[in-house]
Design a protein around this ligand. Structure first.
Ligand SMILES: [Fe+2]
Ligand SMILES: [Fe+2]
Length: 262
């Protein structure tokens, strides 16, 4: 997996040095690390020489489409865009990360609801990266089973907590990068405690299990293989995403055209 090639020095340098890194909370650090893993795996898939890539002059919490180094060209979308069009033209690395996670869920014969959740669990990072679990739940809630949206909301916190029952360990990479005495913020602990006793706990937990396969550069599935699963698990509006007046239609419009002010 892509984590093998990442060392602490590269990671700290990417964050702007030790002083800058010390100002980031646990959630931001874990997100940055996932981003670095994803980049490393994408470069490997493209057979590019692994090298740290500078980020454009955008805040770290802004989504991938606002970073011209990540998405240099905004390809046109159809007039009535479907989820699959966003996978093809907007989600960039976060789409592939979801595809790899979903492929693992499929290969390990998980229920289709977990496959769908894995597929879309991080797509919101194209739009906004800070607190992406919460934003992701809001983006998807109008279109998916409410257990999927719930799971996406809580997967952000569950990353930091192991669960032996499904073989999810506290990431060794976190120990290596953040140190052994690293503690997530109080709101992350509170979200975990809340999720742990909820009847839908496993819908968030399985996202974290499948997430770890999302950096596996040996699998590169195509979105075309998931057409039927999306058809059964995503309520595609006939007007097209962004024109459907749903509570998150504005988010899809921003993804369609992130260059449009106001
Ligand atoms: Fe995530
Ligand atoms: Fe993820």
């Amino acid at each position: 997996m892509a984590g093998d090639q990442i060392d602490r020095r590269t990671f700290i340098a990417r964050l702007g040095g030790t002083a800058a890194a010390s100002t980031l909370g646990a959630t931001a650090l874990a997100d940055e690390l996932e981003d670095l893993q994803l980049e490393a795996s994408l470069q490997k898939a493209e057979k590019a020489k692994p090298k740290p890539r500078p980020r454009a002059a955008v805040r770290r919490g802004s989504g991938g489409v606002f970073d011209k180094l990540r998405v240099p060209e905004l390809e046109p979308l159809p007039a009535e865009p479907k989820l699959i069009d966003f996978f093809r033209h907007r989600f960039a690395g976060y789409g592939l990360h979801g595809l790899r996670s979903a492929q693992h869920a499929l290969d390990s014969r998980q229920d289709e609801i977990h496959v769908m959740a894995a597929l879309v669990h991080d797509i919101v990072q194209s739009l906004v990266r800070s607190d992406h679990g919460y934003w992701g739940a809001d983006l998807l809630a109008p279109y998916v089973d409410e257990r999927i949206a719930w799971g996406i909301r809580y997967h952000q916190a569950l990353r930091f907590f192991p669960d032996d029952s499904v073989g999810y360990e506290y990431p060794e990479l976190y120990v290596r990068m953040f140190g052994a005495d690293f503690e997530p913020e109080p709101y992350v602990h509170a979200a975990y405690a809340e999720a742990r006793k909820h009847r839908w706990y496993m819908h968030a937990r399985m996202i974290t299990v499948n997430d770890t396969y999302g950096f596996d550069d040996t699998i590169n599935p195509s979105i075309d293989e998931f057409t039927d699963i999306i058809g059964r698990n995503f309520r595609q509006p006939k007007e097209g995403l962004g024109s459907d007046n749903s509570p998150s239609a504005h988010m899809w419009r921003t993804l369609i055209n992130p260059d449009r002010p106001l």
